[in-house]
Each structure stands twice: as C-alpha cells, then as structure tokens.
Design a protein around this ligand. Structure first.
Ligand SMILES: *[C@@H]1O[C@H](CO)[C@@H](O)[C@H](O)[C@H]1NC(C)=O
Ligand SMILES: *[C@@H]1O[C@H](CO)[C@@H](O)[C@H](O)[C@H]1NC(C)=O
Length: 507
C-alpha cells in the first residue's frame, strides 16, 4: 500500500516537472499560513508549488499520509487562476492552501475514507464532510488523507497503527509511540508534509499526538465543528479540530471549519452561540495571559509521572505564565482521588461508547452512496474473512463484538451517560466555576477524559523535549465555548516560549 501511494506522488511530481525551483526565494519549511498568503500575493510560492513541496516532503518511513489526492495539483492550479482573476475575492487565509484530513473525514472525490480499515476501501460518500465542505468553500484544497489509528479511539490496536497505512512514527524520535489516533495528521504537520491538517478527538486523539509531535492541537467544544460525514465513535464526545505548527495557523483553520450544519443540527445549533462575530483571529494576543485565572489541579504535574527534569521545565512554564500576568491557583482538586475517578470515568465512557459506536457507525454506513460493508456486523465479518491483513490475531477486536451486542442506547448505556454527566458537572465544571477559572493547565493530554466527557475544549502547545528528544506539551482546557480565552492564553504562551523546533528523525 505505501508503495502505491508513493508511486502516485512520484507520478504527480513527474507530470508537473521539477518542483524545487520554487522554494529558492521562499522557504516553505515551517511556513505559516500568513507567510504563505503573503507569498501568494507576491507571486511565490504559488498554490501549486505549495502542493509540490508537500509531495516532495512525503516520507514513506513515517506512514503519516495514507493517500494523496490525485486532484491536488488541479485544485491548486484552479486556486492560482482564481487569484489572478480576482485577487480581492480570494481573501480567505486558507485560499489556495491544501489541507490534509484524517482518514475518517469523508470526501466526495477520488480519495477513500476508511478510518484506516480495509473494510471501507472503495466506499463512496454522498458528499464532503461538513468540515471539508467548509474548507472547500474557503478556497482551500484537499491534499490527501492522514493515517489514523484504525477505527480511531475505539480500538485495541496500537497507537498510530492501521491495516491500510501501517505504523505511524514520530518524526522526532522514530522509536517512540506517536500516540493516537490523529497521529498521521500531527506527524505530517510536524514534518512539514502538509501546511495544515485536521484531526478528530473522542478522548485524547488530538491532544495526545499533537503533544507527542510538537504541534498545536485544538480540540473544539463538541458541536462547534460539524461531525457530519466523519466516521463516528461517540456523537456525545466526537469533535474535529486543527493540528498545526502554530497557534495562529490552527486558529485560521478553526475559523474556516466552525459553524452550523443542518446534517449535525442539534450539536452545531447548540454550539453556534459560542462563535464570535469576527472570528477567532482577534484573540491572537501577545498579552493574552494577562488577568487570566488559571487553575493547576492536583495530581497531574508530579515527579512520579514526569521525573525531576521535565517537572522543572513545567514549573518554569508556570512561573512564566504568572510573570505574564495570570493569576495561577495551585493545589485545587478535580477529585479527591484522581486515579479512582479517572478509572470510573474511563469505564463508564467505555460502556456508553459501545452503544453509541454501533448506532452512529451504522447510521454513517447507511448514508454512504456505496459501501462494501453496510453495518458493524459486516465489518466484524470482513475482519474475520481478512485476519492476516487486519492482523486479527495480534489486535483482536473484542470491543466490536461487545458493541455489536448492544441494542440502541439501552438502560446500561443511559445510566453510564447519566453518571458521566453528573461527574462532569460535579468535577471540572464545579471546580472552574467555584474558582472562577478561565482555564486549567495540565500536561500533554492528561486531562483528556475530563474535557471529553464534558464536551469541553482544550488546546495543547509545544512545551519541551525530554532527554531523548521526545516532545511534550502543555494543555489549556476550559468550559464549553471558552475557545476565545484559551486561544489568548495558548498564543501568549507560545509567543513567550517558542518551544517548537523541526524534527530530527532520530532513531
Ligand atoms: C482508493 O482505493 C482504491 C481501491 O479500492 C484505489 O484503487 C484508489 O487508488 C484509492 N484512491 C486513492 C486516491 O488513493
Ligand atoms: C486512589 O485510588 C486508587 C485506585 O482505587 C488506589 O489504589 C489508591 O490507593 C487511592 N489513593 C489514595 C491516596 O487513597
């Protein structure tokens, strides 16, 4: 499969002719969306050169990109022509920029959408996913699909592994766990294989790989971005968000993808009240930490988990956050016993997700124009029929069977959901309100389950590299609709620290 993909990339490059001349006057490495737009205006790079740069950077070793869009160059040429014709009407920051989508985000084009599974190869979506449609409306192209952990968070397969794409690696230290399930997106952004990317999160799937690959990940409030046309896990928790090299890039992408979608009406309708009139760009403020109240809950930044050295880096960051004008409140508890509460949350989340997964996946499959599999039962049968390709012996799919045994959102799932809601209200929500917090700060994706069950937003920003060179992140999370203030804090922190550096592909 990787062979095929790269042959395709090579063919595209050959057809287009030599591609490196473009970059002579404009370095596309680490180029931001703003720099790219300025370049477009000045004539270099063109959208086409941007795509060629991405194709040139595709690294087969990393397994981050599962499919390249055969129409990526044609899209770019169209964008170039549009800009030449009417430069003022092509003002969207993503106009002419090709976006890489996680492989669970459906597109109505020549790309497959499979959640990494061979079972869905050849399926045809009725239309682009809601977020993809918004990107195209902004004039962005679709570069291709990023390798996900197969079936996203709902799997017993290893982080970053899929039957279609193989094992994703971290471009920083190849032997480390790239984390899941949006690791292909994170890695492609980190290694400059794509200008910007989209990931999805049910519980940690944006925050974790972003942290482990030194990129910025935004996990939006559930419903802020449409889930229509995205292979689901749990409509209660699923959300789609940007994974980019800078906060500013991620905010440009967020601006493009948020909004009401009739095909995800309830959630997007409820969350659209959070979208600011003039978009999120106004919150990219250097003084964004000033006057904020930030809580550091107990049990996250500990020497046991992170060791003396890394803990010291985190403590320095917290001191810097204070220096930049935030009030930091330490020693507050989300739970009396964090481990215990997290265990209860994970187990109830699992119970709820079994029922939600079957119901929502079957709905997704039945909406396809064509699909080789029509239900979860078909996928289980497919895996049984292809045990070698799907590595059934190594990664049996016990949860698929458990999910198949559910019948709608029954009393057991309902009780689990009720408990999750109560623990969220009495936990993070109560903590934030009582202390009038703008955010809680936690390491990497360690607070993920609290954000997940509450449908709450969080942003992770690069925070450092350990002794081996493995990246780690710092995460600002808050209540539903807190994106504006989280962006302010994340941006101010990023600008004050500038931790991100390019990957070194260490073994
Ligand atoms: C989609 O999958 C089919 C196999 O069913 C393959 O032939 C095709 O090349 C894939 N599309 C792309 C763009 O890779
Ligand atoms: C917290 O709960 C865990 C798991 O139930 C238990 O092992 C641990 O001893 C508890 N810690 C404290 C301080 O009570």
């Amino acid at each position: 499969m990787p062979q095929l993909r790269l042959q395709l990339a090579a063919a595209i490059i050959a057809v287009a002719g030599a591609c490196s001349a473009a970059s002579a006057s404009f370095d596309l490495n680490e180029a931001t969306v703003d720099a790219i737009q300025l370049g477009f205006k000045n004539g270099t790079p063109t959208s086409k050169q941007l795509v060629l740069f991405s194709l040139d950077r595709l690294n087969p070793l990393l397994h981050g990109v599962i499919e390249v869009n055969p129409d990526a160059l044609a899209q770019a040429e169209r964008a170039n022509a549009e800009r030449r014709r009417s430069p003022f009407r092509c003002g969207h920051p993503l106009h002419g920029v090709a976006v890489l989508l996680k492989d669970n985000i459906a597109t109505r084009d020549r790309l497959n959408t499979t959640a990494g599974s061979l079972a869905l190869l050849g399926s045809v979506a009725r239309r682009d996913a809601g977020v993809g449609a918004r990107l195209r409306a902004a004039g962005a192209g679709i570069l291709g699909k990023a390798n996900p952990t197969e079936w996203s968070a709902f799997r017993p397969t290893p982080n970053g592994w899929s039957a279609r794409g193989g094992q994703t690696l971290s471009p920083y230290v190849l032997s480390t766990d790239p984390c899941g399930s949006s690791s292909g997106s994170a890695e492609a952004a980190a290694a400059n294989m794509a200008a910007v990317t989209l990931g999805t999160e049910t519980d940690g799937s944006i925050l974790c790989p972003a942290s482990k690959n030194s990129v910025v990940g935004i996990k939006p409030t559930v419903g802020l971005t449409s889930r229509a046309g995205v292979i689901p896990i749990s409509p209660r928790q699923d959300t789609i968000g940007p994974m980019c090299r800078t906060v500013s890039d991620a905010v440009h992408v967020l601006d493009a993808i948020v909004g009401y979608d009739a095909l995800d009406a309830e959630a997007t309708g409820a969350a659209s009240k959070y979208i600011p009139n003039d978009g999120y760009g106004q919150f990219l403020r250097m003084d964004g930490l000033k006057g904020k109240r930030i809580g550091i809950p107990n049990g996250f930044f500990t020497e046991e988990i992170y060791g003396k050295k890394q803990l010291r880096v985190y403590q320095k960051h917290i001191a810097l956050i204070r220096k930049h004008g935030a009030m930091v409140i330490e020693n507050i508890g989300i739970a009396k016993n964090l481990t215990e509460v997290q265990n209860v949350l994970f187990s109830n989340e699992h119970t709820a997700m079994l029922a939600e997964f079957k119901q929502s996946l079957n709905a997704y499959l039945s909406d396809l124009l064509y699909s080789p599999v029509g239900s979860l039962a078909d996928i289980i049968a497919f895996n049984k029929a292809h045990p070698v390709e799907e590595r059934l012996k190594d990664f049996g799919r016990p949860y698929f069977i458990e999910a198949e045994n559910t019948n709608g959102i029954g009393p057991v799932a309902k009780a689990a959901i009720q408990l999750l809601n109560k623990l969220s209200d009495d936990g993070l929500e109560e903590l934030m309100k009582k202390n009038q917090l703008d955010a809680i700060v936690t390491p990497n994706n360690d607070g993920r389950v609290f954000f997940a069950i509450g449908g709450m937003p969080a942003i992770t920003v690069p925070a450092g590299y350990d002794d081996q060179g493995v990246p780690f992140g710092i995460c600002f999370g808050g209540l539903k609709g807190y994106e504006p203030r989280l962006i302010e804090m994340a941006y101010a922190f990023e600008q004050a620290t500038k931790v991100r550096r390019m990957p070194s592909f260490k073994h």
